[in-house]
Design a binder for this molecule. Structure first.
Ligand SMILES: [Zn+2]
Ligand SMILES: [Zn+2]
Length: 241
C-alpha cells in the first residue's frame, strides 16, 4: 500500500504536469495562428502599395498582437526571438500570399535535458492585386516576351518566370534561408557593401541578397517582340506550348 502510494503520487503529478504543457502548447499555437492571420491581412494591404512581402514586419506584427509579455511567459524557446516568418512569400503571378511561421518550443524539464521541438504553421491568403488581365491579346497574340539573358520566349506577360517574387527578410533569417534549388544567399556584388543591413531583399530563384530594391539584380528587363523574331527560340514550359 505505501509502496504503491510512493510510486503512484509522483506519477500522477507528472501526468498532470504533462497535461498542462500540452494545453500550453496548444494555446501558444492558437495564439500564433490567430496573430499570423491578422498580421497577414495587414501585410496584404501593404503589398497593394509596395509589392514586396516584408517578413520582418510580419514577425513584429505577430509578436505585438500576441504581446511580448505573453510570449516571455510562454514555452517559446528564447521568447519572441524563436519566431521567424522568413520563409513567407507572395506569388506575383496569382497574388497569393504563402505565410509560413516557424518557431521553437522548449519544455522546461531539466530531467530530460529540456527537450525542444521545431513547429511550423502555414496558410495561404489572397493579396490585393487589383485587376489582372491576360497579356495583350492572350495566347494567340503575335507579340511574345523575352528577357535579356533568357533562352526561351513567353506568351504570357504575367508568367511566373518573368515576374520575380521579391520578399524582404531580416539579416538574422538570411543565414537559415535557402533558395528554390537549396542554395544559400550570398551578398550581391552590385548593391551590398560591408555587412548585411537589418533587412535584405531576396527572390525564390536567386542566389544573392540585395540591400537595394532598385538593384538591377532584382529586375528583369522584359522586351515585347513580334513572334517572327523568336523563330529560333523555344517556348517557355510554363506559359507557352
Ligand atoms: Zn513563361
Ligand atoms: Zn543587388
Amino acid at each position: 500500500m505505501t509502496i504503491e502510494a510512493a510510486f503512484g503520487i509522483p506519477l500522477f503529478l507528472f501526468a498532470a504536469v504533462c497535461l498542462i504543457w500540452l494545453i500550453e502548447i496548444q494555446s501558444i499555437r492558437i495564439s500564433i495562428i490567430n496573430a499570423a492571420q491578422n498580421a497577414a491581412k495587414s501585410a496584404a494591404e501593404d503589398t497593394a502599395v509596395f509589392p514586396v512581402l516584408n517578413t520582418g514586419k510580419l514577425k513584429t506584427d505577430i509578436v505585438s498582437l500576441i504581446g511580448e509579455e505573453r510570449i516571455d511567459r510562454s514555452i517559446l524557446k528564447g521568447g519572441s526571438g524563436s519566431i521567424s516568418c522568413g520563409k513567407s512569400w507572395i506569388s506575383p503571378y496569382t497574388g497569393e500570399m504563402n505565410i509560413i511561421v516557424d518557431y521553437q518550443i522548449q519544455i522546461p524539464l531539466s530531467l530530460f535535458g529540456t527537450p525542444t521541438a521545431d513547429m511550423e504553421e502555414s496558410f495561404k491568403l489572397s493579396a490585393w492585386t487589383g485587376y489582372r488581365g491576360r497579356g495583350a491579346g492572350g495566347n494567340n497574340s503575335d507579340i511574345v516576351y523575352v528577357t535579356d539573358r533568357g533562352s526561351v520566349y513567353h506568351e504570357d506577360y504575367q508568367c511566373s518566370y518573368l515576374q520575380l517574387s521579391i520578399r524582404m527578410v531580416t539579416a538574422a533569417d538570411l543565414e537559415e534561408l535557402r533558395n528554390e534549388s537549396g542554395g544559400r544567399y550570398y551578398a550581391c556584388e552590385k548593391c551590398v557593401y560591408g555587412t548585411a543591413m537589418s533587412g535584405a531583399y531576396i527572390t525564390e530563384t536567386g542566389d544573392r541578397y540585395h540591400n537595394s530594391l532598385g538593384c538591377s539584380g532584382l529586375k528583369r528587363t522584359i522586351h515585347a517582340v513580334p513572334r517572327s523574331e523568336v523563330s529560333g527560340m523555344g517556348g517557355c514550359s510554363r506559359c507557352s506550348n
